[in-house]
Design a protein around this ligand. Structure first.
Ligand SMILES: [Fe+2]
Ligand SMILES: [Fe+2]
Length: 232
């Protein structure tokens, strides 16, 4: 995906702003769908938790590994495309790598010992684990093709947007140590989503590039509708 960063003629500015505003509204709509699905995964219609505490912590063990994967993915993007990015973006993504690694450790620390052992075992073959990740397999060629714009739309706008919506629900689970770590994690994920939005506002200067963001947001709504609770 190529983004023309030249300053647009004034006649196109209103159209561009309209498309970006619409794209952000659609992303909020997608987040709302994800929030609902996550809520339905954990709670019944009466607002009671459906899962046992054991099942919740097993779910969190998978999320711990996801955190590490995202840190790895953003690091890979920086490695391949950092030289094409503006300095503020390199700094923001570098901070994200550090955050995701901290999220992994925070989550591991609240897991029961048996699950910590299981996570360590799974992480011992991380290269195999990440190579089997279907979403990552579709992203690798995009990143190695130096299409950092499309990669950021996926990682920062869609994925972080979905994560921050879903984790709002997780942060509300009535288990004290989960609430404590997700207070930190949720704040960071919202900041990571904010990096994606800032990138759009700073980079998409033409109606053509704004239109590409709109397409990404429309696809995000479809994806939110078609996914299960945490399978984007
Ligand atoms: Fe994270
Ligand atoms: Fe994140």
């Amino acid at each position: 995906m190529h983004i023309n960063t030249e300053i647009a003629p004034k006649a196109f500015v209103a159209e561009r702003n309209g498309e970006i505003a619409l794209a952000f509204n659609l992303l909020e709509e997608a987040q709302e769908i994800v929030r609902h699905k996550t809520h339905d995964y954990f709670f019944d219609d009466a607002g009671n938790i459906k899962l046992t505490e054991k099942a919740i912590f097993e779910w969190l063990a998978d999320r711990a590994i996801d955190e590490y994967k995202v840190g790895y993915q953003v690091g890979y993007l920086l490695n391949q495309c950092g030289h094409l990015m503006e300095p503020w973006l390199v700094g923001a993504l570098g901070k994200q790598v550090e955050d995701e690694s901290r999220h992994y450790r925070l989550l591991c620390n609240i897991l029961p010992q048996s699950l910590q052992t299981q996570v360590r075992y799974r992480m011992s073959s991380f290269p195999t684990l990440i190579s089997k990740d279907a979403r990552w397999r579709t992203m690798v060629p995009v990143i190695t093709n130096r299409d950092y714009v499309a990669s950021l739309f996926e990682l920062s706008l869609v994925f972080e947007g979905f994560a921050s919506a879903a984790l709002q629900v997780v942060a509300s689970l009535p288990i004290r140590k989960i609430q404590r770590v997700y207070q930190v994690i949720l704040r960071d994920e919202q900041a990571h989503f904010g990096v994606g939005k800032k990138f759009v506002l700073r980079t998409c200067q033409t109606s053509e590039s704004a239109h590409s963001v709109l397409l990404v947001a429309q696809e995000a709504v479809n994806r939110a509708n078609n996914c299960s609770s945490y399978d984007w």
